[in-house]
Design a protein. Structure first.
Length: 458
């Protein structure tokens, strides 16, 4: 089955010649305007729009939009039109359109990209073009958005089924409103809905962070899913962005706080009759949160993207091994051993205080008791494990650990995809540079693979 590959390769604002000299007696006005079509592949489709304008008396110019991906104004060209046949090259996308003008409102043709050919018939967008004064097309968005609010005032700290000694820790319930965005496709019938659970750090509902990271990853996922008739719910983490008032003191925060929040959102979605099934998608740290959420709530499927395969103390040990002098590394290991037993450590070396300060130890204790491989093995629902090969935060080995624990899960390794789900080189500096470029599209083919798993009836 051919895979839909129209997803943009890049949006770099390079100059390309977008016009071409006219031939005699050709009516260029007959082709100007905005033309929309759908590229079919694997039972789904993606809308594209070509905007053709006069660039003088004897030439045409063009841009291309992808409304289902929220992108417009991509420069394409050169444009060749002989009065009947139309050719539009798209160097940025490694694509080319060839069509024949059949009437004032129809062009029949094909789209070629990266060795694949798709049928693409174009119809003129009524009311948004002018023969003399081109206008920006305003096609309907493939979705609507709703603001939603959730209040969580309950905290269950025994979700892993493992008892720890927290006699020195005073637990308080989680309070405050958490805010999210519900994205709904424009079709009125019931749809599957994906709960997107964010990764670590001060990450908001769009996948951006107050520390300067702005890839827009979760928003792009939501926009893309909507084009395939899939709803999404994404939210600002507790104490982040609009949910900042739902804060908990560091000493009262637990890993279960985030799990309970996610379970609360699932319960809220169950009450909404617009959804046919609920899928949990956890990214990075959100993968582990999502695994336990899926275990303790009624959901249909689970997707892990860039999820760790080991407990957090194992990960910390690996990260610190080559960063600390041996005596300090051993001291760190002893602290982790104590935390793993559910006990706090009162006396901390100042050099290690940023990692193990007393106020953060209760959270670490609550986090350490969750082994991602153990938790994912418990799931009785279909599971998809996704990992990029150029992820500098989580490795392919992590994905393989999860896969080994859940052999019937589908494992998807994507070449040259990094932690924020964008195309990236393995070079660390170049990889990190993508974290601050929200204009970069999601890795080509990722959305189609996710959609295939979500819509598969098995």
């Amino acid at each position: 089955m051919k895979k839909l590959i129209i997803i943009l390769i890049c949006l770099v604002p390079l100059f390309f010649p977008t016009n071409v000299k006219a031939q005699n007696n050709i009516d260029y006005k007959s082709i100007t305007g905005s033309w929309i079509g759908k590229i079919p592949a694997g039972g789904v489709s993606l809308r594209v729009i070509f905007n053709l304008t006069l660039a003088g008396k004897d030439s045409l110019a063009a841009t291309m939009d992808s409304p289902d991906q929220g992108v417009k104004g991509i420069k394409v060209g050169p444009v060749i039109f002989d009065g009947k046949d139309l050719n539009i090259k798209a160097p940025l996308l490694l694509g080319e359109y060839n069509g024949t003008l059949k009437s004032d409102t129809l062009v029949e043709g094909t789209w070629k990209q990266a060795g694949n050919t798709f049928d693409l018939n174009l119809t003129r967008l009524a009311g948004v073009f002018s023969l003399n004064r081109p206008q920006e097309p305003k096609p309907p968005l493939p979705y609507t958005s709703e603001d939603v609010t959730f209040k969580n005032d309950k905290l269950n700290t025994n979700l892993a089924g493992t008892q720890f000694n927290e006699s020195e820790i005073v637990l308080k319930t989680s309070t405050g409103d958490i805010y999210g965005t519900l994205t709904l496709p424009d079709k009125p019938k019931k749809s599957p809905v994906v709960l997107i659970i964010a990764g670590s750090g001060p990450t908001d509902r769009d996948g951006n962070s107050s520390v300067g990271i702005k890839p827009n990853t979760y928003k792009m996922l939501a926009d893309s899913f909507a084009g395939y008739g899939i709803s999404t719910l994404r939210y600002d983490k507790r104490a982040i962005a609009k949910s900042r008032a739902a804060s908990t003191s560091e000493s009262d925060l637990r890993f279960e706080t985030y799990i309970n929040d996610a379970i609360g959102w699932v319960n809220l979605l169950h009450k909404d009759k617009r959804f046919s099934k609920i899928i949990v998608l956890g990214h990075s740290e959100g993968s582990l949160i999502g695994v336990v959420t899926a275990e303790h709530s009624a959901v249909s499927k689970f997707i892990s993207i860039a999820g760790a395969g080991s407990p957090i103390d194992t990960i910390v040990r690996k990260q610190l091994k080559n960063q600390l002098p041996e005596p300090l590394f051993q001291e760190s290991n002893k602290i982790l051993d104590t935390l793993r037993m559910g006990k706090t450590v009162k006396k901390i070396n100042p050099v290690l205080a940023s990692l193990y300060r007393p106020s953060v130890q209760p959270y670490l204790i609550s986090w350490i008791k969750y082994d991602p491989a153990v938790e994912i093995k418990k799931l009785k629902i279909p599971v998809l494990i996704v990992q990029g090969t150029t992820d500098i935060q989580v490795s392919v080995d992590d994905a393989r650990l999860l896969s080994a624990a859940k052999p019937n899960a589908k494992l998807l390794i994507i070449d040259n995809m990094n932690h924020i789900l964008k195309e990236a080189e393995a070079d660390r500096q170049k990889n990190i540079e993508t974290y601050t470029k929200p204009e970069l599209p999601l890795k080509q083919g990722l959305v189609e693979d996710l959609v295939s798993f979500i819509k598969n009836k098995k």
